[in-house]
Write a protein of this length. Structure first.
Length: 347
């Protein structure tokens, strides 16, 4: 991929702004992602963040409420494997989840105009019969302040009847599905005990997109045995498959996980600077239409072993933005390979 330079085009942002989803690639490359401000002006950003996308879509700040639906995982109960993924904690990445009313009560005093999305986060949130999903998801949507659902799952837990229900749900509220892929490399998948094949991700992505359901892909950076080339190949693959959103974050070594016991002393990234540089390289390769959902990880500090700086979320995010500014680049400025992504649905 060549390091191309782009000169600002002659048109102003206002002159090329046709509707809320219009994107001028040349202007993005030179000035960043364009968005309307509350005053009707157009502002440029370095990345197409999901927070800004949701604010534009709903006209207000949107907050995800982390929920525990009581699901388990086929990689824990013996259906596909036992023990879970190498890095997974006993709660299945839901350390911060709590009930709906408690979260809204806590957050509404600070953001009284905010809207809410129910986020089924723990374990595998489609690992149940469609009738059970209908009951659990419907109970959350009965809260009038909930305007949509975010459903984290595995691509091998999306049978046709569940897909059909998600399609039905997508016609009544805003929905996106998060697929935990982590890596495209089978050797790494075996090492982390993922217990499904890349072809299953590709198939699930295709079927979800055929139903116009937004898909966010979760990739982990710094998995044991992977280098920058491996991580870049994972990114390129999910973009080619047409992911709508992207979650990137460093591997966290947490107390009580198999990763901590099997890889004692493992350091995914020695420094914030090394991680920031990698993330910026990947952001530059990501098409501007793809929404960026996460560039760092949340981990309760008492559970964190490595990287020791991982809990410094604001420092990391500020560092990523500062590095993009220093480079004079933004999301998509080095994107240049074919992709199947399309903005066919903005619902």
């Amino acid at each position: 991929m060549s390091d191309m330079k782009y000169n600002p085009p002659g048109r102003s942002p206002a002159e090329i702004w046709n509707h809320e989803d219009s994107i001028d690639p040349e202007l993005i490359r030179s000035r960043g992602i364009l968005r309307k401000t509350p005053t009707g002006d157009v502002a440029a950003e370095r990345m197409n963040t999901i927070s800004a996308w949701l604010r534009q879509r709903f006209g207000r700040k949107m907050i995800k409420l982390a929920l525990d639906g009581g699901f388990t995982c086929p990689n824990r109960d013996g259906t596909r494997g036992t023990g879970g993924c190498l890095f997974c904690s006993s709660t299945g990445s839901g350390e911060f989840s709590s009930d709906i009313s408690g979260q809204i009560d806590l957050l509404s005093s600070k953001w009284p105009r905010a809207g809410y999305l129910g986020y089924f986060q723990n374990h595998t949130n489609t690992y149940a019969p469609a009738a059970e999903l209908r009951h659990k998801f419907g109970a959350v949507l009965a809260e009038p302040r909930i305007q949509g659902l975010v459903i984290a799952t595995r691509p091998d837990c999306l049978p046709e009847d569940v897909m059909d229900y998600l399609e039905e749900l997508n016609h009544t509220c805003f929905v996106w599905v998060e697929l935990g892929l982590q890596t495209i490399h089978e050797r790494t998948a075996r090492r982390i005990n993922r217990c499904y094949e890349l072809s299953e991700y590709d198939s699930a992505m295709k079927k979800l997109r055929q139903r116009n359901i937004h898909v966010v892909t979760h990739l982990i950076l710094g998995l044991p045995g992977e280098d920058r080339t491996d991580m870049t190949e994972s990114l390129d693959h999910v973009i080619r498959q047409g992911t709508w959103g992207l979650k990137l974050h460093m591997l966290n070594v947490m107390k009580g996980t198999r990763l901590a016991s099997e890889y004692p002393g493992y350091q995914p990234f020695p420094s914030i600077e090394e991680y920031v540089n990698l993330v910026c390289d990947l952001v530059e390769r990501t098409p501007p239409e793809v929404t960026i959902h996460r560039l760092t990880a949340d981990c309760p500090r008492p559970l964190l072993i490595a990287p020791s700086w991982s809990y410094e979320k604001r420092t990391i995010l500020n560092g990523i933005n500062a590095e993009l500014v220093r480079r004079g680049t933004c999301q998509g400025c080095r994107f240049g390979f074919p992709t199947t992504y399309s903005c066919s649905s903005t619902k």
